[in-house]
Write a protein that binds this ligand. Structure first.
Ligand code: ZN
Length: 150
């Protein structure tokens, strides 16, 4: 079903651009949030390249409204990893998706719940403007961006 309503959005100015090496054995998303907190970054988008020792991805079941976990207990390359940073319950929250590859080049992809960093490089673009909060959305069961009154 297609719905013909105007999508909500807001515009931001580009702030600082950071390059950061994530620590061995750290948890990927948590490290990104920690780095953002230290630098007082509220909103951002980022990419990560490198490798992880293990990961837990997830697939969101759109009927059941729950995440189905995909456990990957082995070393994997981060073939692609993209995320954004906004606020959830007033705190910085990273929404991260990743494509991870095993030694045969086989890939696993999805919503990244957690990953243990082997070595990883973070490229983070700060966004300056209105604070962006996530709020529970009844239709999808997800915490989506709430743009408020424009
Ligand atoms: Zn997701």
């Amino acid at each position: 079903m297609w719905v013909g309503t105007i999508m909500q959005s807001t515009s931001y100015k580009l702030g600082r651009f950071f390059l950061c090496g994530l620590k061995h054995d750290s948890e990927l998303a948590r490290s990104v949030v920690k780095f953002a907190r230290e630098k007082r970054v509220k909103m951002a988008f980022f990419t990560v390249v490198g490798a992880v020792k293990q990961a837990r991805l997830a697939y969101y079941d759109q009927v059941e409204h729950e995440y189905q976990k995909i456990e990957l207990d082995r070393p994997l390359e981060i073939a692609n990893c993209f995320g954004n940073l906004s606020l959830k319950n007033g705190k910085p929250f990273a929404h991260v998706h990743a494509v991870l590859a095993d030694k045969a080049g086989k890939t696993y992809a999805g919503h990244l719940i957690r990953a243990t960093v082997f070595a990883a490089e973070l490229h983070l673009q700060e966004l300056l403007g209105k604070k962006l909060e996530r709020e529970y959305d009844q239709t999808t069961g997800l915490a989506l961006w709430e743009f408020g009154e424009l």
